[in-house]
Ligand binder design. Structure first.
Ligand SMILES: C[S@@+](CC[C@H](N)C(=O)[O-])C[C@H]1O[C@@H](n2cnc3c(N)ncnc32)[C@H](O)[C@@H]1O
Length: 267
């Protein structure tokens, strides 16, 4: 029995390490490697980019990773069609490096507010990415977190002001996912939709333990990204929803990043 448990734990740890090594190797371009030198690492470790306010900057410099990940999302996930379903006044939580920009349907969107607390990523969006995707006329980047209600109010983002909230892999790094989804619920107009795709805690007890251990390293390196949050519960319990779609991917018991995604409408 002990051998079985230890063997399973070793296997899980191997998978976690392998994922990180693959991320580092294939997620990088020569440009990204040139960013990773002792000076820049020291700078990042010393800066608040590694704090709870957002993804660390080196993540965004992994250009190769971004490209491969966007292709993976397109080929194997519901992300493109979820983003495409956004309409009216849209709030994008944590746009990061703008992975979702090409997926918005400009014919049905009147305005997109992108709230990005990471200053490095925010500046990239504001100075380059929005224009590259021909979104300058509708995309408004805001250097704030979802929790910064006063800043959001300055942009008239208040209760029942939003038609669609797009949230792709952001609830893992907000300070409190339960409060965050309640806040999203309040911001939505009745009939407004919440479109999300998030990684979540494993259903498997052993894998959950490994997620917890791996989190000790993962969280500070990947901008407060938590591997072991129960996102589905936070979303379902946030308010009265009509569930149009609710899906789960990567559900094999050994997966370190099982996904939950959906399209929920505020009743
Ligand atoms: C893993 S990235 C996802 C980026 C993008 N949504 C995508 O699909 O590629 C998580 C993003 O959430 C942002 N973020 C973290 N905490 C946040 C908060 N409290 N409010 C809004 N955005 C937040 C991070 O700065 C980062 O850009």
């Amino acid at each position: 029995m002990v051998v079985l448990v230890l063997g399973s734990a070793m296997f899980q740890l191997y998978r976690a390490i392998r994922f990180t090594i693959l991320f580092a190797l294939f997620g990088s371009s020569p440009a990204a490697f040139s960013q990773i030198n002792p000076g820049s690492i020291r700078k990042e470790l010393g800066s608040e980019r590694l704090s709870s306010r957002g993804t660390c900057a080196w993540w965004s410099d992994f250009l190769g990773f971004r490209k491969h990940f966007a292709a993976y999302e397109a080929a194997a996930t519901p992300v493109p069609r979820l983003v495409e379903a956004a309409n009216g006044v849209v709030l994008e939580i944590g746009p990061g490096s703008g992975n979702q920009f090409s997926r918005f349907d400009k014919a049905v969107v009147s305005r997109i507010y992108g709230i990005e607390p990471n200053e490095h990523l925010f500046n990239q969006l504001r100075n380059e990415t929005i224009e590259q995707h021909h979104l300058s006329d509708i995309y408004v980047p805001i250097n704030a977190a979802l929790e910064d209600k006063n800043i959001l109010k300055e942009w008239n983002i208040g209760d029942e002001s939003i038609d669609s909230v797009v949230c792709m892999q952001a609830l893992c790094s907000v300070s409190d996912p339960t409060m965050a989804v309640k806040q999203i619920y309040r911001l939505l107009k009745p009939g407004g939709q919440f479109l999300f795709w998030e990684h979540t805690a494993s259903q498997d007890w052993m894998t959950r333990q490994v997620q917890g251990i791996w989190n000790l390293l993962w969280k500070p390196l990947i901008g407060n990204c938590h591997l072991r949050r129960n996102i589905e519960r936070a979303v379902v319990e946030a308010g009265d929803w009509k569930i149009i779609e609710l899906g789960h991917d990567n559900i094999e018991p050994w997966q370190m990043m099982p996904r939950v995604w959906g399209r929920f409408v505020k009743v």
